[in-house]
Design a protein around this ligand. Structure first.
Ligand SMILES: C[C@@]1(CC(=O)O)C2=NC(=C\c3[nH]c(c(CCC(=O)O)c3CC(=O)O)Cc3[nH]c(c(CC(=O)O)c3CCC(=O)O)/C=C3\N/C(=C\2)[C@@H](CCC(=O)O)[C@]3(C)CC(=O)O)/[C@H]1CCC(=O)O
Ligand SMILES: NC(=O)c1ccc[n+]([C@@H]2O[C@H](COP(=O)([O-])OP(=O)(O)OC[C@H]3O[C@@H](n4cnc5c(N)ncnc54)[C@H](O)[C@@H]3O)[C@@H](O)[C@H]2O)c1
Length: 235
């Protein structure tokens, strides 16, 4: 029977935007896969430690270490490396070591991804498009990682060029709005107004909006209709 509520499909992943800013992420291994994981977590402002013998580091990981972007422990993994870890990413070419890492992480309740070993992953990586504040992740839930890459590139091709820049401006406007409409009671009205601006304004106008335009637009916050960029500039 058709229901008015969303149908449950099951079998998916819970896709979230995990905030690892300033948290300790331990990367085990220093090869090609580790290099990719390191880029993902550095882009999320995590504090990254790589444990791997120097002889096993690839050029990219060695560069991250030399540039001071990550902390390096020059030896194979040891259980004490987990002591401060909020998240563990393991990418070693040694299945027995991987399994040991995963079991230790489970015992300590540290979320872990063992690259290429789905049953030993608390979360999978996905294929990510990034444009400033905009991130889009594609997952095939373990069915076809290469397909995730292909779909991600197709999705990115279909996006307007200025989506990220427009979203950056929306972020600034929202922060300014909260300074003008400060109270909790104002919340629902503030949210409705912000939604209206996002729907009414083309991306180009959002991108064009400067500080002065934002102040003027916020001056119309109490009105029922949201004026266009041309209207606020014309006064
Ligand atoms: C998305 C991406 C993110 C990233 O790694 O950052 C990612 N794999 C990528 C590439 C890739 N990986 C593999 C190939 C070879 C071609 C192919 O097999 O398709 C290619 C293609 C290439 O290298 O171009 C081999 C592979 N991968 C896994 C297994 C094990 C298995 O399936 O059992 C095997 C060996 C299978 C075998 O032995 O045959 C498993 C996983 N790989 C995942 C993520 C998770 C599921 C994501 C999802 O389903 O959407 C999951 C479950 C766990 C995890 O590792 O997190 C990244 C693309 C990023 C990008 O380019 O944008
Ligand atoms: N999910 C994916 O996207 C994906 C894609 C390709 C490969 N993989 C898998 O990821 C793993 C790593 O692949 P790679 O291409 O980076 O391999 P690689 O051989 O380039 O790197 C392996 C790294 O692990 C290090 N290492 C080995 N034992 C270690 C230990 N006990 N402690 C610390 N470091 C240790 C090595 O020194 C080396 O730096 C493999 O198991 C591979 O099958 C995953």
């Amino acid at each position: 029977m058709a229901s008015k509520y969303p149908e449950i499909q099951g079998g998916g992943s819970l896709i979230l935007a995990w905030q690892v800013r300033g948290k300790n992420v331990l990367v085990i291994g220093g090869g090609e896969v580790a290099a990719g994981r390191i880029v993902h977590v550095l882009n999320a402002d995590a504090h990254v430690t790589v444990v791997c013998p120097r002889s096993g580091l690839n050029d990219e990981v060695a560069h991250r270490i030399a540039a001071g972007q990550v902390t390096h422990i020059d030896r194979p993994f040891a259980p004490s490396d987990l002591d401060d870890a909020a998240m563990v990413l393991c990418a070693v070419d040694d299945p027995a070591a991987s399994t040991e890492v995963y079991q230790l992480c489970q015992a300590r309740r540290i979320p872990a991804n063992i690259a290429d070993v789905p049953p030993e992953c608390d979360f999978y990586f996905g294929s990510v498009h990034r444009d400033g504040p905009l991130q889009i992740m594609v997952s095939t839930n373990g069915n076809g990682p290469k397909m995730a890459n292909i779909v991600r590139r197709k999705v990115a091709e279909g996006l307007p060029e200025n989506a990220g820049a427009a979203i950056l401006k929306v972020g600034e406007l929202r922060r300014k709005l909260r300074e003008v409409a400060t109270t909790a009671e104002e919340g629902p009205k503030r949210m409705k107004w912000m939604s209206k601006v996002c729907e009414a304004w083309p991306l180009e106008d959002l991108c064009d909006m400067d500080d002065g335009d934002m102040e003027k637009l916020l001056g119309h916050y109490q009105e029922a209709n949201v004026p266009s960029l041309a209207q606020i500039r014309a006064g």
